[in-house]
Design a protein. Structure first.
Length: 192
């Protein structure tokens, strides 16, 4: 596949026509090719996903690691997604409303999104995706920085904006606000 031309606006319909083995996100109609993640990135992703998946095993919620795409439409949460200019691939997505799921991914905002920050994705994850997830009502957004062993947890406030982050290090446990009794142990996450 030749890489899409940047001077045109791309949508979810374009995304669906690209080969499945290509990892591409579309942000405001602009395609971004994603490199294969590092081993450390995958270890962190695997451990957080394992802890979430174990907790959700007998519950009516779903957790998905990347590659798993999320389609967001500015006009309507469940609008004609073919025209959406936002197709993202979070590292981990937790979806509490199964009506948002189809065979391809999630249409609308997951309830919890985790992004694992690497030097090549830091700007996009900390600025662009932060604002997109906030705008589309993702209840909880985690940014995990493996090198620094820091987790920043942003929770959506009543005004529709993320408040100040709760910061955690490798000695801490993160209480997931969506669930009363779920704690993610960071000592195993950062046991690299």
């Amino acid at each position: 596949m030749s890489f899409p031309k940047k001077e045109r606006v791309y949508t979810y319909a374009d995304y669906l026509s690209w080969p499945e083995n290509e990892r591409i996100e579309i942000i405001d109609g602009v395609p971004y090719l994603q490199a294969a993640p590092s081993r450390i990135h995958q270890e962190v992703l695997s451990d957080v996903h394992r802890q979430l998946a174990n907790y959700l095993l007998d519950k009516d919620y779903k957790v998905y690691p990347a590659p798993f795409h999320v389609v967001l439409d500015p006009e309507n949460e469940n609008a004609d997604d073919a025209r959406s200019k936002y197709v993202l691939e979070p590292d981990i997505s937790v979806v509490c409303d199964k009506e948002k799921l189809d065979d391809r991914g999630c249409k609308g905002s997951p309830d919890l999104i985790v992004e694992i920050i690497s030097p090549s994705t830091a700007r996009k994850d900390k600025i662009e995706k932060f604002h997109i997830y906030e705008q589309y009502g993702v209840q909880e957004y985690w940014m995990i920085e493996p090198k620094e062993k820091i987790v920043s947890v942003f929770s959506l406030q009543r005004n529709g904006k993320y408040g100040r982050p709760e910061l955690y290090t490798e000695e801490d446990q993160v209480e997931v606000s969506l669930f009363d009794d779920l704690v993610i142990k960071l000592d195993s996450v950062f046991d690299l």
